[in-house]
Design a protein around this ligand. Structure first.
Ligand code: ADP
Ligand code: ZN
Length: 621
């Protein structure tokens, strides 16, 4: 049997899946060859299998999974154990006896996956005998962006992981993250001491999530729009992100007052309350959670149908991660973000109080530019993550109501040529000065006034150039090197435009009055009715395969009863996607049941009777 066949067998028997997704097998294979890797995949992309399978395939060895979040760790282990996979955790929440038992099992080669926090790993590993350390087949560093100061969630304890490679040079390291720009990515490799790590980048696109931004609504108007939106999604699960704890509480109160059952969730609440809310949300007993950024990290709920940002988030990384919690099952989902000038002021204060003012201010500016843009939102996001995406998505508010456009290729060529002639050593404002022919001290000093492109863009105003350069950045013609004084660097796509192989369109520049703070006395205009499509089709027009809704509801009840009986979350019995597969394919025998999506060997044994009985009953067989 080949290595791949063995892996596929494990995939079927332990997880109930038939094939690897995207680059999963390449990543696993590279790891089995002993190679280091950096894995960039969006939330829901399937990162966990990449390190779980190598652990499972190792005869007496085990994979160490380093993760910063205790809640997530425990959930993942529960879910793995449901599939009969020997996974354990070492952490401070466990008793001394439990932890000792775990070490004993490691000693005897009885564990395949060990989840541990970075600080615990580094104290623990010194105490292990070589019998244990010799068994380590992989270090998987989850949420690896936490190691970088350039990332949006820096955790100092992660930086110590840099010693692993020196101490265990022959054990492969796999760094995984759902958010990394080029700088963060380079930083991860450097800090982990794995300069030759192979990079595996999956597309970050989540085409099933529709992206919408509403500008300028505040106060009552905003609240009305939120209520309207939620009412369009009755019976569906959603998350509303708020900036502060108090905002989350108020939002939940106000929603409850208008008859929408909602609860707040934030770091200031007791562990018990938080766990209860998470559980209710996962179990579909609570539909709406009003949360600060603390919510959602630790849960794997695949049927969240919408995510609302009642204020603009701090940065694009966080925004993308948060909206990524919607639609993990691949079915249509909505992201709705509200943005007002007041948000910018508050967020600037947060940034100033943070340890890394400059980085956070820069990231905030990019977030604001995203919110204000007239460019397809998905293009901006994917280009921000250095992924080439050169067409409009047709599933965002800009694409739904496109602004007036014109062929901007000539302007782009002027700008790109100016950037090229500076040796890619100039920032955005300097490029505008060069195009406008502005003899500023810096321009003269560097000799830019002697460039061929100096002054070619005189016919446009500074405001126009700034706006168009921003659009070009968002379209992915060049990127900003934050680690090199914000100089502009031309991308491959940019070169194609520069040499006339591609054309681009720009949105007509209109002066915005939005950034000017409105007088507090001005009356808010009546709330426009927002229109949101709730059509059950994917953006590419594919219809969702027909499933029997009534049967699905019945199976959901069966799942709920089974979960309650064994004190686990319903999704750990089966995901919605598995229930949908059952409600579509209607298996009535054990054999038919065993090939359903997500039905591994253990779950087939445990659950085929109750589910097929319910289906037979439903079909009156
Ligand atoms: P991530 O950690 O990248 O957010 P997960 O590893 O949790 O994503 O995977 C997301 C979902 O996709 C999970 O429910 C997982 O079981 C499922 N999944 C992952 N790989 C496959 C596969 N090859 N076939 C089918 N489902 C998969
Ligand atoms: Zn779009």
């Amino acid at each position: 049997m080949t290595r791949e066949q063995k892996a596929l067998m494990l995939l079927r028997s332990c997880y109930g899946y038939d094939s690897f997704r995207g680059q999963q097998w390449d990543i696993i294979n590279h790891t089995l060859d002993g190679g280091d890797s950096i894995v960039l995949m969006p939330t829901g992309g399937g990162k966990s299998l990449c390190y779980q399978i190598p652990g499972l395939m190792s005869d007496e060895g085990f994979a160490i999974v380093i993760s910063p979040l205790l809640a997530l760790m425990n959930d993942q282990i529960d879910a793995l154990q449901q599939n009969g996979i020997p996974a354990l955790a070492l952490n401070s929440e466990k008793s001394e006896t439990e932890n000792r038992q775990t070490v004993d099992l490691l000693m005897h080669g009885k564990v395949k996956l060990l989840y541990i926090s970075p600080e615990k790993l580094l104290t623990e590993i010194d105490r292990w005998s070589s019998t244990i350390t010799d068994r380590i087949c992989l270090f998987a560093v989850d949420e690896a962006h936490c190691i970088s100061q350039w990332g949006h969630d820096f955790r100092p304890e992660y930086t110590q992981l840099g010693t692993l490679k020196q101490r265990f040079p022959s054990v492969p390291i796999m760094a995984l993250t759902a958010t990394a720009d080029r700088i963060t990515r380079d930083d991860i490799a450097r800090q982990l001491g794995t300069p030759h790590a192979q990079l595996f980048i999956s597309s970050f696109d989540r085409p099933n999530i529709s992206l919408n931004v509403v500008q300028g609504s505040t106060g009552k108007q905003k609240f009305r729009q939120i209520v309207q939106f939620i009412n369009l999604h009755q019976g569906e699960s959603g998350i509303i992100y708020c900036l502060r704890r108090i905002d989350a509480e108020k939002m939940a109160q106000k929603l409850t007052a208008v008859g929408i059952q909602a609860r707040p969730f934030h770091a200031g609440m007791s562990v018990k309350d938080k766990q209860q809310i998470q559980r209710d949300f996962i179990n579909d007993d609570l539909k709406v959670v009003c949360a600060t950024i603390a919510f959602g990290m630790g849960i794997d709920k695949s049927n969240v149908r919408y995510v609302i940002h009642s204020n603009m988030p701090r940065n694009i990384e966080g925004y993308y991660q948060e909206i990524g919690r919607a639609g993990r099952d691949g079915l249509p989902a909505q992201a709705l973000m509200f943005y007002s000038y007041g948000d910018v002021i508050t967020l600037q204060q947060f940034a100033r109080q943070s340890g890394q003012v400059q980085v956070n201010m820069d990231k905030l500016r990019r977030m604001q530019e995203f919110a204000e843009s007239s460019v397809c939102r998905r293009r901006i996001l994917l280009n921000y993550f250095n992924e080439r995406y050169d067409h409009d998505c047709k599933n965002c508010d800009v694409c739904d109501n496109p602004p007036a456009r014109f062929d901007g290729t000539t302007y782009a060529q002027m700008a790109l040529s100016a950037i090229k002639r500076t040796g890619e050593q100039a920032g955005m404002y300097t490029v505008t000065d060069i195009l406008r022919g502005w003899r500023k001290a810096e321009v003269i000093e560097k000799g830019y006034d002697r460039l061929k492109t100096f002054g070619v863009g005189r016919n446009l105003t500074t405001g126009e150039w700034n706006a168009y350069l921003l659009q070009m950045l968002q379209l992915g013609l060049f990127e900003v090197a934050y680690d090199e004084s914000n100089h502009l660097k031309i991308t491959e796509y940019g070169n194609e435009v520069l040499y006339g192989r591609q054309h681009i369109e720009l949105s007509k520049y209109e002066r915005r009055s939005f950034n000017v703070k409105k007088a507090p006395t001005s009356q808010p205009s009546p709330a426009p009715d927002l229109t949101f499509s709730t059509e059950p089709t994917l953006p590419d027009g594919r219809q969702i395969k027909q499933m029997d809704k009534e049967l699905f509801e019945r199976l959901r009840d069966v799942r709920k009863a089974l979960a309650t009986a064994s004190h686990i979350a319903p999704y750990m019995v089966f995901s919605d996607k598995s229930l949908q597969a059952m409600a579509t394919q209607k298996p009535t025998t054990q054999a038919e049941f065993s090939i359903i999506y997500g039905v591994g060997e253990l779950k087939c044994q445990k659950y085929w009777r109750p589910f097929t009985a319910a289906i037979r009953d439903y079909l009156s067989l």
